[in-house]
Design a protein around this ligand. Structure first.
Ligand SMILES: Nc1ncnc2c1ncn2[C@@H]1O[C@H](COP(=O)(O)OP(=O)(O)OP(=O)(O)O)[C@@H](O)[C@H]1O
Length: 129
């Protein structure tokens, strides 16, 4: 587990310049841990009813499954003020952006290769179940 203080230092107090994006359950910030590791810090919005359930489910799945196409969980932080997942940082942003927003610049071969990669994670899920 990483402390709240360490996360504040790593993300420059969750500064706007480190803001990476927003999902259904909270905001994600870029951070640099004291050993130099670059991470993505997913901070849960504790006011959302389903946030705790989502947090626990994501922790469970990412901890249980290791796959080259799944982002790695590095640590968690949990206290009264904040709950966060500390994840491997993905420098190229999210897949949705690549598939839909970048002027369609992925050719058919890249798109098929992405489909195969995504399907390989689904295959792992089936084996786990
Ligand atoms: N590991 C990561 N490395 C780099 N950027 C990330 C990482 N995880 C999330 N992000 C950025 O933060 C945004 C929000 O991510 P988050 O996982 O909270 O939601 P989502 O999966 O995009 O959407 P939803 O929560 O609705 O499924 C992403 O779209 C991406 O831009």
């Amino acid at each position: 587990m990483i402390t709240y203080q360490e996360l504040r230092r790593a993300t420059d107090n969750f500064s706007e310049s480190n803001f990476l994006g927003k999902g259904s359950f909270g905001c994600v910030y870029k951070g640099i841990l004291s050993d130099g590791t670059i991470v993505a810090v997913k901070v849960l919005n504790l006011e959302l009813e389903d946030a705790f359930k989502s947090f626990d489910a994501e922790c469970k799945v990412l901890r249980a499954m290791r796959h080259r196409n799944l982002v790695k969980i590095i640590s968690t932080c949990s206290n009264l003020e904040l709950r966060a997942l500390i994840l491997q940082y993905m420098p190229n942003g999210n897949l949705e952006k690549w598939l839909y927003l970048q002027n369609n610049n992925l050719d058919i071969h890249r798109r098929v290769s992405i489909m195969v990669d995504v399907a390989s994670v689904g295959d792992l899920r089936e084996k786990e179940e």
